[in-house]
Design a protein around this ligand. Structure first.
Ligand SMILES: Cc1ncc(COP(=O)(O)O)c(C=O)c1O
Length: 432
C-alpha cells in the first residue's frame, strides 16, 4: 500500500456525514464534490447539523482513493518516515507488561519516568529548562497538543493567526473550537512576515502559530524570526504556539531553534512529537511544554478527551528516547540523501515551477506556472503518470497552482523513480 493508513482512517472519520460547503470557504478550499463522499448511512443523517459543518474536509483521503484506483502509483504524498521505531522502544514493552497496575488509568499529564526523561531531552536538545514556571504534558500526538492548547486559551469567536500555507489540521482545530483562523501570507520564500503578523492582531487574537521546520514548505525559520514572534506575542499578551514536530529534520548545517528556550516563556506553548523522528506515528505520543498557568485548563481538556496518554506507548517512547544517537543520525542521514535526489530532479523543472529552498522537514512546496487547478493536476499525475503529490489548496493556498512533494517515506530507488515520474508528468501535462 503506497498511501498512509492515517489517510484511510481519516477517510472514514471525516467524510461520512453529508455536509454543506462551510461558510467563508472558497470553492477551491472545499474541493470535494458531494458525490465523492462515501455515504455509509442515509436517512435522518441528511438533516444532521453540527459544528463540524463549518470545518473543511482535507483532500488527502480523496487523493488516497485516487491512488487506490491507480495501482502502482508511487506516493510523494505521505507525511511519514520510512523507518521503524528503535529497538529500545520495543525492549521497554515487557517492562510495561510486568506491572499489572499499568492496566489502570495513570496521570493525566503522563507517567513520571517519561516526564523526567522528556525534561532531560528538552534541556539537552532544545535548551528548554523545565522549572516552576512551566511544565510538560504528554499527549496522544502533537495534533492533540494543538487542540488542547486552542481549547485552553480561547473562547468561541476568538482569533488565531496562522501563517500560510498552513497545516490543515491546525485550521480545522481552530474551526472546531468555534474560533476563527486569521490567515497571514508568508513571503516569496515562505518565511514569516512579522509586520503583517503584528498588523493582523486584534483584541480577539489569542495566539500566533508557527511551524518550524515547516509542513508543507520544508522551510526553517531563523532564531531572529522566531524571537520576533515571541516578542510580538509578549507585547500583546497572546500566545506563541510553536509546532516543532520536525525538530530533528534539518539539513545543510541548519540548526533547529526552539522559541521556548528564549528566556521568559510566559506566552510560549511548544508542541513536540515522536511520530516523525522515532517512526512512532501510530503509537500516538507527543508532548507540550506550557506555561504553568495553563496546566489546570489543559488538564481539564485532556482528562475529558483522553484521561491519560496510552501508558504502553509512553513506555515505548521512554525506550525510544534511550536510542543510540546513531539511530536518528543514520535514519535522518538517509532522508537527507533522498532529499538530494529529489532536489536534483526538481531542478530540471526550472521555468515550469518555482522551487523554494527548504532545509527542513521532508517536504518541498512547488509553485507550478499554470492556470490549472491544483487538484485537477494531481488527479492527472496519478491517473496518467502514477505519481501522487498533495495539492496546495489543502494548505490554504488558492492563489495559484501549488503542490507538496513529500520524500520522507521512500527509499532511494523508489524516490528516484517517483520523482522522475513527477518531473516527466509535469513536463507533459503543463507544457501541452
Ligand atoms: C506540523 C505538524 N504538526 C503535527 C503533526 C501531527 O503529529 P502527531 O502525529 O504527533 O499528532 C503533523 C503531521 O503531519 C505535522 O505535519
Amino acid at each position: 500500500m503506497f498511501f498512509e493508513t492515517r489517510s484511510a482512517l481519516k477517510f472514514d472519520v471525516f467524510v461520512t456525514i453529508p455536509r454543506l460547503k462551510p461558510v467563508g470557504f472558497p470553492n477551491s478550499q472545499f474541493p470535494i464534490p458531494h458525490s465523492q463522499f462515501p455515504v455509509h448511512s442515509q436517512g435522518n443523517m441528511e438533516s444532521l447539523t453540527s459544528r463540524m459543518q463549518g470545518v473543511q474536509s482535507p483532500i488527502i483521503p480523496v487523493v488516497g482513493e485516487l491512488i487506490k484506483n491507480s495501482p502502482g502509483t508511487i506516493s510523494l504524498g505521505q507525511g511519514v518516515v520510512h523507518y521503524n521505531p528503535p529497538p529500545e522502544a520495543i525492549e521497554f514493552l515487557p517492562k510495561f507488561l510486568a506491572e499489572p497496575a499499568n492496566n489502570l488509568y495513570k496521570a493525566v499529564e503522563g507517567i513520571s519516568a517519561f516526564l523526567t526523561a522528556l525534561a532531560g531531552k528538552l534541556q539537552a536538545f532544545n535548551g528548554i529548562e523545565i522549572n516552576e514556571e512551566n511544565c510538560i504534558v504528554v499527549t496522544a500526538g502533537s495534533n492533540m497538543g494543538f487542540m488542547n492548547a486552542i481549547l485552553a486559551i480561547t473562547n468561541p469567536g476568538d482569533e488565531i493567526i496562522l501563517n500560510t500555507p498552513y497545516y490543515f489540521n491546525h485550521e480545522m482545530a481552530i474551526a472546531m473550537a468555534g474560533c476563527r483562523a486569521v490567515l497571514v501570507a508568508t513571503d516569496e520564500n515562505y518565511q514569516l512576515r512579522q509586520e503583517a503578523i503584528a498588523q493582523a492582531i486584534t483584541p480577539k487574537t489569542r495566539a500566533v502559530v508557527t511551524i518550524s521546520p515547516n509542513n508543507p514548505t520544508g522551510v526553517v525559520y531563523s532564531e531572529a524570526a522566531l524571537r520576533q514572534v515571541n516578542q510580538i506575542c509578549d507585547t500583546h499578551c497572546i500566545y506563541h504556539i510553536s509546532d516543532e514536530a520536525y525538530e530533528y529534520f534539518t539539513y545543510n548545517g541548519v540548526k533547529h531553534v526552539s522559541p521556548g528556550a528564549f528566556g521568559s516563556s510566559k506566552y510560549t506553548i511548544s508542541l513536540f512529537s515522536l511520530s516523525k523522528a522515532y517512526g512512532f506515528a501510530s503509537w500516538r505520543i507527543g508532548y507540550m511544554v506550557i506555561p504553568k498557568h495553563l496546566f489546570v485548563a489543559i488538564k481539564k481538556v485532556q482528562d475529558t478527551i483522553l484521561i491519560c496518554p496510552p501508558v504502553i506507548s509512553q513506555y515505548a517512547a521512554l525506550g525510544a528516547l534511550q536510542a543510540k544517537e546513531e539511530y536518528l543520525q543514520s535514519n535522518i542521514g538517509a532522508i537527507a540523501q533522498v532529499r538530494q535526489v529529489v532536489l536534483d530532479s526538481l531542478n530540471r523543472l526550472q521555468g515550469l515551477c518555482s522551487i523554494t529552498p527548504a532545509n527542513g522537514a521532508f517536504y518541498f512546496f512547488l509553485k507550478v506556472n499554470t492556470q490549472m487547478d491544483a487538484f485537477e493536476l494531481v488527479k492527472r499525475l496519478i491517473q496518467e503518470h502514477k505519481v501522487a503529490v498533495i495539492p496546495g489548496t489543502t494548505f490554504g493556498m488558492d492563489d495559484g497552482c501549488y503542490l507538496r512533494v513529500a520524500y520522507g517515506a521512500l527509499q532511494n530507488d523508489t524516490a528516484k523513480e517517483g520523482i522522475e515520474r513527477l518531473v516527466q508528468g509535469l513536463e507533459t501535462i503543463v507544457r501541452s
